[in-house]
Design a binder for this molecule. Structure first.
Ligand code: SF4
Length: 391
């Protein structure tokens, strides 16, 4: 059981997310904003550096503890391009000396030399998009790498000095049998990594895979198999000494992703780049999900007088309470009724405690002091349970 004193809801920090929107090609299941061309790379980098300067006061001069290059495929950028972005960040923000600086990397885009150079320019955490160590699963997902290269990249990451390496796996793929999933977990745990993100394959109707399944030309997801994979994952991770600290995240003690915490803790975070989201404690903002528009609108500022590349929503107390319930229930620390009372008021705590009773009775929720957390079985229903607790 994770130490509740390390509950991230009691930490204060700020993070910066940078969305690199380019990919080599579009994976069949992908619902993230990305484009399968890097024709606008120079314009984009120019606009990104400008946005970094323009939004320097967004997190109120708080010390930045984490920087995360996500995408898209950030490892398509060259190390000197990453360095140029980091330089502008350092010039405009108070980046902590021990900041966690993560780069998402796809195996087909990196070499040992490149990894070494990414490390040299300041990336200290690598997140590798492996998804599966079986080529037929990778083909089903239309990933560009093969299992041999995936294994190689994990070895290179260890050999090139990264302090922290994490990887993504996907379960519930129709081609992924229980034996193959067990083998994926064997490979992960044999590599000595301290962190794993594992996601259930979800099919969005507008993706290429969603349409193939709709036409009957690709196998659909089997929900029962997905649940079985999840159970295998949870059991194996526990046996290996990993904490299941968020629905999709597992880590050895002391190796949680610090960046993800800023999304779960209500701390400020700034999102730079097309489609990136930001939160300043009272409002949410989301940048336009279009590279051309993003560059154009950034370049029109300050002549346009208004920062027009994002939309903004002021959050009500109800909105913030709902978000707190939804995000905290996804973590092993759960939802803290003392925090609800302190931040939102007694009426929210009373409402919460009244509505959790059925889930305590059926064993999907447990009490840990002033906190209520989902059990492993409850995690399977996290979104539905959270929705029932919303005001
Ligand atoms: S590499 Fe990642 S962001 Fe790019 S298309 Fe594939 S899943 Fe989407």
């Amino acid at each position: 059981m994770p130490d509740n004193k390390k509950n991230p809801y009691f930490c204060a920090m700020a993070g910066i997310y940078i969305h690199i929107p380019f990919c080599k090609s579009k994976c069949a299941y992908c619902n993230f904003f990305s484009v399968a061309t890097d024709k606008q790379r120079a314009d984009f980098l120019d606009a990104l550096r400008k946005e970094t300067v323009i939004r320097k006061s967004y997190i109120n001069n708080e010390e930045v503890k984490t920087v995360y290059f996500g995408g898209g495929t950030p490892s398509l950028l060259k190390p000197d391009e990453i360095q140029s972005v980091l330089d502008v960040l350092h010039e405009n923000f108070d980046i902590s000396g021990d900041a966690e600086i993560t780069l998402e990397a796809n195996p087909d885009t990196v070499s040992k030399e490149l990894l070494k150079d990414f490390n040299t320019v300041g990336i200290n955490r690598l997140s590798v998009g492996i998804q599966s160590f079986h080529d037929d699963d990778l083909q089903y997902l239309s990933r560009k790498h093969d299992s041999k290269h995936a294994l190689q990249v994990l070895d290179w990451a260890n050999e090139t000095g990264f302090q922290e390496v994490t990887m993504d796996l996907i379960y519930g793929i129709p081609t992924l049998t229980e034996e193959k999933w067990a083998r994926n977990l064997d490979v992960f745990f044999s590599k000595g990594l301290n962190h794993l993100s594992a996601y259930a394959l979800t099919i969005e109707p507008k993706t290429a895979l969603g349409q193939r399944i709709g036409r009957g030309t690709a196998a659909p997801v089997d929900e029962d198999a997905t649940v079985r994979h999840y159970e295998m994952l949870v059991e194996r991770a526990e046996n290996e000494g990993f904490e299941h600290y968020e629905i999709s995240n597992f880590a050895k003690p002391g190796h949680h992703s610090r960046h993800n915490r800023s999304y779960w803790t209500g701390d400020r975070y700034l999102g730079l780049g097309p489609s990136a989201h930001s939160f300043d404690g009272v409002s949410r903002q989301w940048n336009v999900a279009n590279v051309t528009e993003y560059c154009k609108l950034i370049n029109e500022f300050p002549n346009s007088l208004k920062m027009s590349w994002f939309e903004k929503e002021i959050l009500t107390s109800d909105d913030r309470y709902n978000e707190y319930v939804m995000t905290s229930l996804r973590t092993c620390w759960g939802c803290d009724t003392e925090a609800i009372s302190r931040i939102f008021g007694e009426k929210y705590r009373i409402y919460f405690e009244k509505n959790i009773v059925p889930y305590l009775r059926d064993g999907r929720l447990v009490r840990k002091g002033s906190c209520y957390a989902l059990t492993e079985q409850g995690m399977l229903f996290a979104d539905g349970i959270a929705a029932e607790l919303f005001v």
